[in-house]
Design a protein around this ligand. Structure first.
Ligand code: ADP
Ligand code: MG
Length: 323
């Protein structure tokens, strides 16, 4: 039902950046090795994501835009075993309900692609087209049919900044994927996709910013922390650029963020968030594996030990940097 979809969209789609996040995550889930994101006017007017991933089979294209339709889990047991970013099957339906959406998609084994155009949740066009393998999705005029939400969008610059943070985070979380980010016809960055994190970082941040990143490498008995942290002056209003992996898996974790931020506070009084790209490798027995299936969550058995280790590592990296 179109109205239900429009209401449900409110949960998934807050602003252009949430569209970018969901659609780029879909491209990652589809196993793409190259992903292009193009936006115009803060993503309000135009968002395009092109990937070379698995594509969607003809018979599934229209279904993919229906609520709760996902190809990623088929039964409840899968919830404990999720290795995709999406699994609720809500993003496409929600986004298409509040925009003019257009998708061209083709799996390898199909000789043609399918073009579908959906306006405000209603399919206008669906037909075969010639196209390369993969998926291109274009979202135009987000919230065109929900005036209240349209009003809440921030300036082009503010919306662009949020999108930039999201695409940086996704690019650095996936150094094995070659990303290209285009804003108002300017190429903002391209990453090599060669799985070398330092090279991805170098492509994403401008050279001066990168030069000023502080490299960090600390070892303890059963833990290792390595990566890059920002200068105390390089802070953000949110934690989008605190990119942390635990044993190779991207996580969001309050304990880790807190340890990092408290360490910075020894150096400088800040109430904003420092930037980092860090890998924590720890003995798997120190991780509680029985956590929520949303795979960005992680819980530690030895919280205090991990907190102290990270805190000390950051302090020492910051100290080495200024002396
Ligand atoms: P979810 O990601 O939670 O499964 P979505 O609404 O984001 O739900 O997507 C619905 C389905 O559409 C996915 O499960 C997937 O099968 C398909 N899909 C969406 N985007 C892509 C893409 N870029 N490449 C291949 N398949 C896609
Ligand atoms: Mg998804």
């Amino acid at each position: 039902d179109l109205t239900i979809n429009k209401i449900a969209a409110g949960e998934v789609v807050e602003a252009p950046y949430s569209v970018v996040k969901e659609l780029v995550e879909n491209a990652i889930d589809a196993g793409a090795s190259t992903i292009t994101l193009e936006i115009k006017d803060g993503g309000k007017k135009y968002i395009r994501i092109t990937d070379n991933g698995a594509g969607i089979k003809e018979e599934y294209v229209e279904k993919a835009f229906m609520r709760h339709s996902t190809s990623k889990i088929t039964n409840i047991d899968d919830l404990n075993n999720i290795n995709s970013l999406g699994f609720r099957g809500e993003a496409l339906a929600s986004i298409a309900a509040v925009s003019q959406a257009e998708m061209i998609t083709r799996p390898d084994e199909q000789q043609y692609g399918i073009l579908i155009e959906i306006t405000g949740g209603k399919t206008e066009i669906i037909r075969k087209v010639g196209c390369p393998v993969g998926t291109t999705i274009i979202i135009k005029n987000l919230f065109f049919n929900t005036p209240a939400r349209l009003k809440f969008m921030k300036s082009n610059n503010a919306e662009t900044m949020k999108i930039t943070e999201i695409i940086i985070r996704l690019s650095l979380s996936n150094p094995g994927i070659a990303f290209k980010y285009i804003n108002n016809n300017n190429i903002m960055f391209t990453t090599p996709g060669n799985n070398i994190l330092s090279q991805a970082i170098l492509s994403v941040f401008d050279k001066d910013t990168f030069k000023n990143l502080i490299s960090l490498e600390q070892n303890e008995l059963n833990m290792k922390l390595h990566g890059y942290i920002g200068q105390p002056s390089f802070v953000r209003g949110n934690r989008n650029l605190q990119i942390i992996y635990v044993n190779g898996r991207y996580v969001k974790n309050k304990l880790i963020s807190k340890a990092i931020e408290e360490a910075y506070k020894e150096k400088i009084i800040i109430n904003k968030h420092p930037v980092c790209i860090l890998n924590l490798n720890i003995d798997p027995s120190l991780i509680d594996v029985n956590v929520h299936p949303a795979k960005t969550e992680v819980k530690f058995e030895a919280e205090e030990q991990i907190y102290d280790f990270i805190y000390k590592s950051i302090i020492s990296a910051l100290q080495q940097n200024t002396t």
